[in-house]
Design a protein around this ligand. Structure first.
Ligand code: ADP
Ligand code: MG
Length: 677
């Protein structure tokens, strides 16, 4: 019985049960799905093959009685002189007197530990000792599990061993046609062999199958989330080309070809009743906002509402101000809805959204609150979408009668990953910068340069430019030397920049305060803005030309690139200066930044240096976690699993066929309430 509690297994008392429950394990089935992180090689080797510094396992018999000594710190040290039949070794361990008491001199033992070599010959600092005829955690490739404190590794291995006979009860989820086509072993075999692989090959097949399953469910769920949209029709937008052309004529610049292509993709998507589901991807500063503005205008001119959601209040406000300015001449109403509006104001805004008197609604997460209803929402734009989870995005889409969706991101994601995460989203890439942009010159510097950099900032301010200084924390913490916004700004105002206006902005300020400071920075009244990463995404002040980043070693590469993107947004030569106090690893990361301005390359490096987990934690997106598979290394499996999803949905799009019953149950469970079939 796979559903039975692990309490019924040998060795599980109340204490261990609690510890296992801490890991989310209560049943035999849970236990079987607790996969090892990796394997340690505890196969038995001859003594002569183990060198000093190695960890290994040998099979020994005693050559003399165990000697016991007491150390000054009241520990006992046991020494056992032993042979494997050819060579000799001294096994040493501390305390654990019972190992000596129970030692049977007529038996062979497997011992596993750290080998060293001294004048007296080979020694092993013991980790595990077992009688050879009763070995459970030696003489094999032993799985290593992610553990919690107090739960011994042996305990886990012994418990899982008892569960292995139950693998035959685990229902096979994948139809045999799929398993054959993609060369996958059975689920029971895979689970048994992920824990205790018979050999290298069975270990490979086991991992392959389980990684495939994870990637399969990940993509299946995403595909189903989007499928509801596929089946439905989107509002038809008429006269889009005329509307867009008129608008473009009012702009003070010419759109780049890449921008024009994105616009025409959007027009094509929305002209014949298909539902648009499009990602616009382009490096910071390439001009995505104006593309969104055109899409929103088209919606409004078709007597529909359009909404634009941004991850921060600063950014939402900025979009609001911009859209109002450029769209007002076309007789379009624009309104801002954020969490910081006063209750009375908010109610009025919500009312005007509901009765349709607002055409374009800009906001933060406040847009997806329960009390917000739209009259006829037909287009949803999500800016900097990587900041939102899957469910947040679909929550806004759920507000309308299946509105078109347009998501925008500056964080380039390798194509295959984009496919996994966004399913069958169409992609427009803006791979061209507006003309006349000068590359941001980037430097990594240390404290010795402090004076020169200060003078450099002054020089730029005297030429009429503005400066950002970004620090990692808000309040100085005595223990840390991190430059803290508040204190640092004060010092700067009183010393270096006493002739200029310094101000601060950070997430802990009230929204109205943030607004006020941002608008003073935009108007040029503030020369130096000391800030946390609240300015990281989207903020657009083209007159700012210097970005100084303190403790740059604290930031991820993609984050540094986003920060750098705050400058170089106008016609001026711009600079990004990173103060870095880190060692070699940090210096290498700085080098990536100074070597390239290409956000795509930087994202790839980020992925390599930090690993996919941190770069792209799936849990933050509301997706089932990957424990075996790895989005970065298993690209081939990603594709195969994606194909398998297509195979299945092509003939059974509601997962209603009996052979897909387990798949249906699994995927519903994994995505909880987000999915309906
Ligand atoms: P992002 O893609 O990072 O969101 P924005 O939309 O904020 O970039 O645009 C950055 C700046 O470039 C803005 O000041 C915008 O007005 C300007 N811009 C956008 N498109 C063009 C263009 N084709 N030519 C010149 N400037 C442009
Ligand atoms: Mg932007």
């Amino acid at each position: 019985m796979i559903e039975k509690s692990i309490e019924t297994l040998k060795g599980i008392g109340e204490k261990n049960l609690k510890l296992f429950q801490h890991l989310g394990i209560s049943t035999v089935g849970d236990m079987l799905k607790f996969y090892p992180r990796f394997y340690s090689d505890r196969t038995v080797k001859p003594i002569k093959d183990l060198n000093g510094g190695q960890i290994g396992c040998i099979r020994i018999t005693a050559l003399a009685p165990i000697k016991t000594m007491r150390t000054r710190s009241k520990m006992t040290v046991h020494k056992l002189y032993a042979t494997d039949g050819n060579d000799t070794i001294t096994i040493t361990w501390f305390n654990q007197d019972w190992l000596k008491t129970n030692f049977d001199y007529n038996c062979q033992y497997n011992v596993y530990g750290d080998v060293s070599v001294s004048l007296y010959g080979k020694e092993m600092a013991l980790r595990v000792m077992e009688r050879s005829d009763r070995a459970t955690t030696t003489d094999a490739n032993v799985p290593v599990y992610p553990l919690t404190k107090n739960l011994s590794h042996n305990m886990v291995v012994k418990t899982i061993k008892q569960c292995i006979p139950y693998v035959s009860e685990i229902p096979e989820n994948l139809p045999s046609s799929i398993r054959e086509k993609y060369g996958l072993c059975g689920i029971g075999y895979a689970i048994a062999n992920i824990h205790f692989p018979k050999n290298q090959q069975s270990a490979f097949f086991a991992r392959n199958r389980l990684a495939f399953d994870e990637l399969f469910y990940l993509q299946l769920g995403l595909r189903l989330l989007n499928k509801t949209k596929d089946r439905l029709k989107g509002t038809v937008f008429n006269n889009s080309t005329e509307i867009a052309t008129k608008f473009i004529q009012t702009l003070p610049y010419k759109l780049t070809n890449a921008q024009l292509n994105a616009v025409s993709d959007i027009i094509n998507d929305t002209k014949n009743g298909k539902l648009m589901n499009r990602l616009v991807q382009g490096d910071v500063g390439c001009g995505k906002t104006v593309v969104a503005a055109i899409a929103l205008l088209i919606a409004a001119k078709n007597n529909c509402q359009g909404a634009m959601m941004a991850p921060t209040e600063i950014l939402a406000k900025q979009h609001y101000v911009y859209l109002k300015e450029v769209l007002a001449p076309f007789g379009v109403n624009v309104v801002l809805l954020t969490g910081s509006l006063k209750a009375k104001e908010k109610n009025e805004v919500i009312k005007s959204i509901k009765d349709g008197s607002q055409n374009i609604i800009v906001g933060t997460h406040a847009l997806i609150q329960k009390d917000v209803d739209f009259k006829n929402l037909a287009l949803v734009v999500t800016d900097e979408q990587h900041r939102f989870g899957v469910s947040q995005r679909s929550a806004l889409a759920g507000k309308g009668n299946t509105p078109h969706t347009l998501v925008m991101t500056a964080t380039p994601i390798p194509r295959t990953l984009a496919l996994v995460i966004y399913g069958d989203l169409d992609v427009s890439v803006i791979n061209e910068m507006p003309p006349g942009r000068k590359e941001v010159k980037t430097y990594s510097v240390d404290e010795d340069m402090r004076n020169r950099i200060n003078n450099f900032m002054k020089k730029n301010i005297n030429e009429g430019r503005q400066v950002y200084i970004v620090c990692p924390t808000v309040n100085e913490n005595e223990a840390s030397e991190l430059k803290a916004v508040t204190k640092f700004a004060k010092t700067l105002q009183n010393t270096v920049f006493c002739d200029y206006k310094v101000d601060i902005i950070h997430g802990k300020l009230k929204a109205t305060e943030k607004d006020e400071i941002m608008s003073r920075f935009v108007s040029g009244e503030i020369n130096v803005l000391v800030s946390t990463t609240v300015v990281e995404v989207g903020v657009n002040v083209p007159n700012a030309s210097v970005m100084v980043i303190e403790n740059a070693e604290r930031f991820g590469l993609s984050q540094l690139h986003q920060l750098r993107g705050r400058v170089g947004r106008g016609e001026w030569q711009s600079y990004c200066i990173m103060f870095c106090n880190g060692g070699e690893v940090a210096q290498n990361r700085m080098r990536v930044m100074t070597d390239t301005n290409d956000g795509f390359l930087i994202a790839e490096q980020d992925l390599k240096l930090r690993g996919p987990g941190e770069f792209f934690g799936t849990s933050q997106h509301g997706l089932p976690p990957l424990t075996v598979a790895n989005l970065y290394e298993d690209l081939d499996l990603v594709k195969k699993a994606g194909n398998a999803v297509t195979d299945i949905l092509n003939y059974d799009c509601y997962l209603a066929k009996p052979e897909n019953k387990t798949i249906r149950e699994d995927v519903l469970k994994m995505y909880r309430n987000n999915l309906t079939l």
